[in-house]
Design a protein around this ligand. Structure first.
Ligand SMILES: *Cc1c(COP(=O)(O)O)cnc(C)c1O
Length: 236
């Protein structure tokens, strides 16, 4: 199957999942997780109508962006971001989905201020409370959201999560439900620099469950591009 055929099939499954949950399919955006796919393949996905692209590694972003890989669609950063590479990402992407620690949030804010811009971000939540994984706890996120006014270089747009690796279908529903509740909690308040529009959760194996639980953006790699030669470690 071609990338375009994969995307068409994926859209049908996303739409069916939305309708089954009584949701409007138009509420749910498709972010192509483009890691390990070259600029040409990314262009194919863009042409086939994904809503945005998500890159994991700074090096891939800086290689593919000058080749026009994402042209016409927003590009997001979705991987672990080292503080010393923040200047290669801030202002270059429409959204940093993976702000997973205070040190990174502060570095993004500083860099954005220096560049005179506002960087849209999501807070990454360690929703399974996995010790080996980065991300804010739900409690930390609840405490941080009211303080976003202290970071004028940043605008908080929502939340992202990668739940624990699941053993069987349906396992992640409880984590997705927790994410939705946290998202609604924060969205219901009026905080400076906070405008919640994106709940990013769901990947190739579990996006239907994520949509059932309120996801507004699924990040899909394998179901679009096929299996990767090896599994990148996406935890950190
Ligand atoms: C690779 C990746 C995805 C997509 O994973 P698939 O299982 O291939 O759909 C989603 N989110 C992040 C952060 C990723 O790194």
């Amino acid at each position: 199957m071609s990338i375009a055929e994969n995307i068409a099939a994926l859209r049908e499954r996303m739409d069916a999942a939305a309708r089954a949950a009584g949701r409007d399919p138009a509420e749910i955006l498709l972010c192509a997780a483009t890691k390990m796919n070259d600029a040409q393949r990314v262009k194919e996905a863009v042409a086939a109508g994904v809503d945005c692209c998500g890159e994991n590694r700074v090096q891939e972003l800086t290689q593919k962006q000058p080749l026009g890989a994402y042209e016409g669609k927003p590009v997001h950063f979705i991987g672990h971001l080292q503080t010393n590479k923040v200047n290669k990402v801030v202002g270059k992407v429409d959204l940093i989905q993976s702000v997973d620690r205070m040190e990174l949030l502060e570095a993004v804010n500083r860099t954005a201020l220096r560049l005179g811009l506002k960087q849209d971000i999501l807070l990454e939540i360690n929703i399974g409370a996995e010790p080996q994984k980065g991300g804010f706890s739900p409690e930390e996120a609840l405490a941080l959201a009211p303080r976003m006014g202290e970071f004028p270089g940043i605008r908080l747009r929502g939340l992202m999560a990668i739940p624990p690796i699941s053993q069987k279908k349906g396992d992640n529903c409880k984590y997705f439900a927790k994410m939705r509740n946290l998202y609604i909690d924060i969205a219901g308040k009026k905080y400076d620099n906070v405008s919640m529009v994106c709940l990013s959760m769901g990947m190739s194996d579990d996006f239907e469950d994520a949509i059932a639980q309120g996801s507004t953006m699924v990040r899909v790699g394998t179901a679009i591009f096929g299996a990767r030669p090896y599994q990148l470690t996406i935890d950190k």
